[in-house]
Design a protein around this ligand. Structure first.
Ligand SMILES: [Zn+2]
Ligand SMILES: [Zn+2]
Length: 360
């Protein structure tokens, strides 16, 4: 949810703009975004936003509360119905009583049925878990999966109607998608417009349902999905928009790919850096030598200097993992582990004693 925008900003006016100018500014915007005229997806929401702003600002009492306390002040005192109900005169002022008058505006705002304003259904998000290796993290991985999910029915293409048949106008609401209901509160009564329950606000009903999906327009199925796991990823959830359960005429859910990186037998990882322990003998530490160490995509020859001390770290620059949000690769750190022989033969022992004596 985004934060509610400032009413003045929504209408493009200021606190001190005279009411007749606010009215003409609202009329201009209302004509532009009226869902009967503007077929864009955002139009109903936008229309509602400007109408609510106008309903509050055109009412001196509510304007004062809004100027002083902002949205919290207005929302705390009035319901949406209160706001529009008491501003009805201001709306008919703008549009006139006849032809596209307040009633139809009111319906646009409250009626969630009909062609517009219908709250779109959204498919469920799906979770797909995958285990990858550190080598995959290095090079990235192309994934091709068969995902079990709700898909649009291929027989009726999501319409729910048996092929060759069509939807027919709903009798309950005469295709309006909404029904009026008069409610009384105390002495006053007012009309609300609610989505038609027979057609769930669609305005039409299926006469002969598709036999494959029983009229729902969707069914269980599988879909082949390909995506790339980018180099450098770590454990975490990644969203592939729109690849969750499908909803014909609505918004598909998302696919959440949960990535776990398998522990590696040789390497430890810290972000883009790799750590590796290289064992060498006491003699090699003393005399120095060249050793071949594994790196993620091959091997690397490194030089152990004579007299190297235990736990010395040798850095292999750029031999780590790719950095996911920037360029280049991390480093590999090789820690030199010096092994002291646990058992010596008689001969080795006397050689070492001789070596020791050489210091005296
Ligand atoms: Zn079908
Ligand atoms: Zn209906």
């Amino acid at each position: 949810m985004t934060a509610k925008r400032d009413y003045y900003e929504v209408l493009g006016v200021s606190k001190t703009t005279p009411i007749n100018e606010i009215k003409s500014q609202y009329r201009k915007l209302a004509l532009k975004f009226h869902p009967d005229r503007n077929k864009s997806k955002e139009a109903p929401e936008h229309f509602k936003e400007i109408s609510e702003a106008y309903a509050v600002i055109s009412d001196p009492e509510k304007k004062q509360i809004y100027d002083q306390y902002g949205h919290a002040g207005v929302d705390g005192r009035y319901s949406t119905e209160d706001i529009f109900q008491s501003a009805s005169a201001n709306f008919s002022d703008v549009f006139g009583r006849s032809g596209g008058g307040f009633d139809s505006i009111f319906e646009s705002i409250f009626g969630r049925g009909g062609g517009f304003g219908e709250r779109q259904q959204r498919g469920s998000d799906l979770l797909y878990q995958t285990l990858i290796t550190l080598e995959d993290v290095l090079s990235g991985k192309k994934m091709e999966i068969e995902l079990k999910k709700i898909i649009e029915c291929n027989i009726c293409n999501g319409s729910g109607c048996k092929p060759g048949t069509n939807q027919k106008t709903c009798n309950t609401c005469n295709g309006q998608g909404q029904v009026r209901r008069t409610r009384s509160m105390g002495f006053a009564s007012f009309v609300t417009v609610e989505p038609c329950s027979s057609c769930r606000g669609r305005g039409s009903v299926i006469e002969t349902p598709c036999s494959e999906c029983k009229g729902s327009g969707k069914k269980k199925g599988t879909k082949k999905i390909t995506f790339d796991i980018p180099p450098g990823v770590d454990n975490g959830d990644y969203t592939i928009p729109n690849e969750g359960d499908e909803i014909p005429g609505g918004i598909n859910g998302d696919l959440i790919v949960r990535i776990r990186v398998q522990p590696h037998q040789n390497f430890k990882r810290d972000n883009a850096d790799i750590f590796y322990d290289q064992n060498i003998s006491m003699i090699d530490a003393a005399l120095g030598r060249k050793v071949i160490v594994p790196i993620l995509n091959g091997t690397e020859k490194i030089k152990i200097d004579s007299g190297i001390q235990p736990n010395t770290i040798i850095k292999l620059k750029g031999k780590g993992l790719p950095r996911i949000n920037s360029r280049g690769r991390g480093d590999q750190y090789v820690r030199v582990v010096v092994n002291i022989p646990k058992k010596l033969s008689k001969h080795q022992q006397s050689l070492l004693e001789e070596f020791q004596n050489s210091f005296e």
